[in-house]
Write a protein that binds this ligand. Structure first.
Ligand SMILES: *Cc1c(COP(=O)(O)O)cnc(C)c1O
Length: 388
């Protein structure tokens, strides 16, 4: 037997800046939370959306920072995400936006999570589990995803009689709040009108209204005048726009919170006519100097960001990503940077606003939106505090 097999497992090395990593600028996060809060009408509170590991930023670290800065409402997508926050000591409202199996009601109760009622049948089934629960009722006003139909007020009203469910909120979600097109604006206004028709019906039936919320990031940025109890802000809190160009009614000074960095681990010269990487997709048109970065699509960088679409910054200079992005590596053409050296830090996504390396621009070049790009950043990347 190989003696090495009998040795106890060594501990994993602690997170470091050796390979590729995420840097979080907590000052920018707090700044964004303040700017968003100040943009809301008085009485309205920020609900920080920290689903999908805080859009790739690290849900626990982000929530702790915001909790310490006075944010007392959070939203997650799943039961497990909510439990993780409670176990990490996050205080205040934690709303589960998505579906939780009703047979997990005891966990919702134990961790004091507030569950979304995704429709009428779900509410009755959840009530039957026998655990007293806080819930928010979701209303479908046109998104046609989750929610009780806005034009079935009796369905909504009857849920207030369920013994185990304490309905602390009613909300809806806008389908096209980011769009400047006139028909989308008309659609959004109709969604808002429908929501208030329903809440009026509830109120007129003698039920005092609980907390109301409608807007996510673009709902606030384009319809800032709505008087709600919460704004559920995700992408704006992280300081990036979903897509470019982004023209919104409110123009807020929001600052990117995340940077994605890597390191030059290898430099090689290739002759004119030689190819680099899979499928020989990049063929050097001149004698070239290629830097290899240990970052790939398994880390969440979209494969479609390769082949000249993407850029990285090294020592203040931009260089193109060439050839296919691999699962764990990518190649950068640094021929124009003879001073680039082994160990240099490369920035793939920058926290500087208006940068060519912004998440929204990178996402656009990769054929997606920043929400997807950020939330898919991989578990393999350590999340570290910005060293700036
Ligand atoms: C994800 C989500 C949000 C946050 O959306 P952003 O556009 O990132 O602000 C708000 N509400 C619901 C229901 C969501 O699913």
């Amino acid at each position: 037997m190989n003696p090495a097999q009998q040795e106890p497992l060594e501990e994993l090395p602690s997170p470091s800046r050796d390979r590729s990593w995420i840097e979080i600028n907590f000052e920018n996060l707090i700044h964004n939370a303040r700017v968003l809060q100040d943009a809301m009408p008085s009485g309205c509170c920020l609900m920080a959306v920290v689903k999908a590991n805080g859009y790739g930023h690290g849900a626990i670290e982000i929530s702790h920072c915001l909790n310490n800065a006075g944010v007392t409402a959070f939203a997650v997508a799943t039961l497990e995400e909510g439990i993780q926050l409670r176990q990490a000591g996050i205080q205040g409202l934690i709303l589960v936006l998505g579906y939780t199996p009703v047979n997990k009601a005891s966990l919702l109760h134990r961790y004091r999570l507030t569950q979304t009622l995704i429709d009428d049948e779900y509410a009755w089934a959840l009530n039957k589990q026998g655990f007293p629960l806080s819930v928010h009722m979701k209303i479908d006003t046109g998104m046609h995803r989750l929610g009780i139909p806005w034009d079935h007020p009796n369905q909504a009203i009857s849920l207030f009689s369920l013994k185990n469910l304490s309905i602390c909120g009613i909300y809806t979600h806008l389908a096209a709040a980011d769009s400047p097109s006139l028909s989308d604006i008309a659609f959004t206004k109709e969604q808002i009108r429908r929501f208030y028709i329903l809440t009026d019906e509830i109120q007129n039936s003698g039920i005092p209204l609980p907390k109301l919320h409608i807007q996510s990031s673009y709902g606030l940025l384009n319809y800032p005048y709505l008087h709600c109890d919460y704004v559920r802000a995700g992408i704006a809190l992280y300081g990036v726009s979903s897509a470019v160009p982004s023209s919104t009614l409110l123009k807020l000074d929001l600052r990117p919170v995340l940077a994605l960095k890597s390191r030059v681990i290898l430099l090689r010269n290739v002759h004119s006519g030689e190819s680099v990487g899979y499928s020989r997709a990049f063929v050097a048109a001149r004698d070239s100097r290629i830097a290899i970065l240990p970052l790939g699509y398994a880390d969440g960088l979209p494969r479609s960001y390769g082949d000249g679409a993407g850029i990285v910054e090294i020592k203040g200079q931009n260089f193109p990503i060439v050839g296919r992005i691999c699962m764990d590596q990518l190649a950068v053409d640094v021929t124009n940077g003879p001073h680039i050296a082994l160990g240099d830090v490369a920035t793939i996504l920058s926290e500087r606003p208006e940068s060519l390396l912004s998440a929204s621009l990178a996402a656009a070049k990769a054929g997606t939106i920043s929400n997807e790009l950020l939330s898919r950043l991989g578990k393999r990347l350590p999340v570290l505090k910005s060293s700036l």
